[in-house]
Design a protein around this ligand. Structure first.
Ligand code: 6AU
Length: 265
């Protein structure tokens, strides 16, 4: 199964240039930690990214929760990403028809397509969601972008069932647009089998449990070894720590050790 293969090996299977790049980055930097930078001030995100940058393969943003968004913020974020060698994932969770998604991706205030290496999208509207994302990009840009499709959610009581999961897997692996898909956001190794895709899993915390709005957490070891996560997404587990840098280092170590143990068996 794909979970027994190393990231170096899996990079060779990747059809999307970004998943190849991310697998390689993870293997060389030795980190499978994605930091969810869910903060509301641009400078706070930049400070966090600077402190935690050495420990992460990817920084995940929700650009629409930033109160003082500006083009300058994006310029600075890109500089930090380059300095510490991590990719930027805008967790936009696109969910509309292709024509609308195409505009939400490339236009408006945020111009997400111009700076986010990767984005997330729901599969609710079918394969046209991927086509919509690709539509606004020229041939060169298409090779430098990718999408993570949501096939499962960590929220208690979410409406996704087995059939939806299977259909999402098909969109991610079959057809002419699968080369734009970098991976899948999901909670279990059964979501997909193709080793060239990356499994991104949120709901990760050293102290397992729930928050008061339906989020469900499991430990770094559990998500990597039992649930097939290739990358663990950690938000509040790091954001609410007394020392974010130390917390990021701890999560990096635990996720990475779990990965090494997974592929060693
Ligand atoms: O560690 P937390 O709970 O503070 O943050 C988890 C992050 C948040 C969510 O928007 C996101 O992960 N997330 C997602 C993603 C990444 O798409 C899907 C999901 O099912 N659950 C989830 O929490 O930024």
């Amino acid at each position: 199964s794909r979970t027994k293969l190393t990231y170096e090996t899996r990079a060779n299977f990747a059809k999307n240039p970004l998943s190849k790049r991310l697998f390689t980055l993870m293997a060389t930097k030795k980190t499978n930690l994605c930091l969810a930078a869910d903060l509301n001030k641009a400078d706070d995100i930049l400070e966090l990214a600077n402190k935690c940058g050495p420990y992460i393969c990817m920084l995940k943003t929700h650009v629409d929760i930033i109160e003082d968004f500006s083009e300058g913020f994006i310029t600075n974020l890109k500089t930090v990403a380059k300095r510490h060698n991590f990719l930027i994932l805008e967790d936009r969770k696109f969910a509309d028809i292709g024509n609308t998604v195409s505009q939400q991706y490339g236009k408006g205030m945020y111009k997400i397509a111009s700076w986010a290496n990767l984005v997330t999208a729901h599969t609710l509207s079918g394969r046209s969601i991927v086509q919509g994302l690709k539509a606004g990009l020229d041939d060169n840009a298409k090779k430098q972008r990718g999408v993570f499709l949501l096939a499962e959610m960590s929220a208690k009581g979410n409406l996704i069932d087995e059939k939806y999961k299977e259909s999402s897997n098909k969109i991610a692996t079959e057809g002419g647009d699968a080369d734009f898909v970098s991976g899948v956001v999901c909670q279990s190794s059964t979501c997909f089998g193709f080793p060239g895709l990356i499994q991104l899993t949120p709901g990760v915390k050293i102290d397992e449990g729930v928050d008061n709005l339906g989020q469900q957490y499991e430990t770094p070891e559990h998500v990597v070894k039992e649930r097939g996560a290739d990358i663990g997404i950690v938000g509040r587990g790091i954001l609410q720590a007394a020392n974010v840098e130390k917390a990021a280092a701890t999560y990096r170590d635990r996720l990475w050790t779990a990965y090494l143990e997974r592929v060693a068996k």
